[in-house]
Write a protein that binds this ligand. Structure first.
Ligand code: Z5A
Length: 219
C-alpha cells in the first residue's frame, strides 16, 4: 500500500547534506496549501518530541561511540515513534505529509555509507513501516563537493554524520542515484546545482502533478 489509498499523499525529500532539501520544504508546503491541501511538514530523524530526543542522541557528537548497527536501530526507533504519532495519523486524516528524509536516508547513509547490511535495513523497514512507502520522493542531487561546501558555509560545527569523509558522501550519493534509477515511478531527481528558484519550481511542479493525478486531472 502507499498513501495513495488515502486522500493525502506521502512526499519525502532526500539528498546528501547541503543538497537543498530543507530549502524546498516551505515552497512545497506553500504550493500544496494554495492548491487547498492540508499539509504536515516534518523531518527525520525527529518530527515528534520523543523522536527529536532520539535525533539528539544519534546526531550530537559526544565521547561515546555509536556503531553503524546501533545508529541504524536508533534511526528506526525514531521512525517508529514518528510514524505512530505523526505520519500515520496525518495520512489517516487526509493530510499530505512532506518529510525531510525517510528510510531511503537509512539505505544511503547507514547502508551504503556505513556498510550496514541491506538485509537488516529491509527487515527493519518492513517491520517498522510495513508496506507504507512514499508516494513521491524528490531526490535533490548535487556533487558531493558542492553539498559539503554549502553545508559548511552555513554551520561551523559538524554533527556526527556531517563529520564523515568525501568518500562516505560519494557512496551515499551513488546509492541515492541507484535507488532512483531502480524506481523511476516513485523518484523525481532534481538538479540541485540549478538556482534555488529553478529547483523550487521543479519541486512544486512535481508535487502538483501528483496532486492532479490524485484528482484524475491531466498533468
Ligand atoms: N540521517 C541518517 O544518517 N539516516 C537516516 O535514516 C536519516 C537521517 C533519516 C540529518 O541532519 C542527518 O541525519 C543527515 C543524514 C542523517 N546528516 N547528514 N549529512 P540534518 O537534518 O541536520 O541535515 P541534512 O538533512 O543533511 O540537511 P542539510 O545539511 O540542512 O541539507 P539540505 O537540507 O539538503 O540543505 P539546505 O539547508 O536546504 O541548504 C543548504 C545551504 O545551501 C543553505 O544555505 C541554502 O540556502 C543553500 N542552497 C540550497 N539550495 C541552493 C541552490 N539551489 N543554490 C544555491 N544555494 C542553495
Amino acid at each position: 500500500m502507499t498513501a495513495a489509498n488515502a486522500a493525502g499523499k506521502f512526499v519525502t525529500l532526500e539528498g546528501i547534506e547541503g543538497a537543498g532539501k530543507s530549502s524546498l520544504v516551505t515552497a512545497i508546503v506553500g504550493a500544496l496549501e494554495r492548491a487547498g491541501h492540508v499539509v504536515c511538514a516534518t523531518r527525520e530523524p525527529g518530527g515528534t518530541t520523543l523522536a527529536e530526543r532520539v535525533r539528539q542522541i544519534v546526531l550530537e557528537p559526544g565521547p561515546e561511540t555509536i556503531s553503524a548497527t546501533t545508529e541504524t536501530l536508533l534511526m528506526f526507533a525514531a521512525r517508529g515513534i514518528h510514524l505512530d504519532n505523526r505520519i500515520r495519523p496525518a495520512l489517516a486524516a487526509g493530510e499530505w505529509v512532506v518529510c525531510d528524509r525517510f528510510t531511503d536516508a537509512t539505505r544511503a547513509y547507514q547502508g551504503a555509507g556505513r556498510g550496514v547490511s541491506h538485509g537488516l535495513i529491509e527487515a527493519l523497514a518492513s517491520s517498522i513501516h510495513g508496506d507504507l512507502q512514499p508516494d513521491l520522493t524528490l531526490l535533490v542531487d548535487v556533487p558531493v563537493e558542492l553539498g559539503l561546501a554549502r553545508a559548511r558555509q552555513r554551520q561551523q560545527v559538524a554533527d556526527r554524520i556531517e563529520a564523515q569523509t568525501v568518500a562516505f558522501f560519494t557512496r551515499v550519493r551513488s546509492c541515492y542515484l541507484a535507488l532512483a534509477a531502480a524506481d523511476a515511478k516513485r523518484y523525481r531527481v532534481l538538479d540541485g546545482t540549478q538556482s534555488l528558484e529553478q529547483v523550487r519550481a521543479a519541486a512544486e511542479r512535481a508535487v502538483l502533478e501528483l496532486a492532479a493525478t490524485q484528482r484524475g486531472l491531466p498533468t
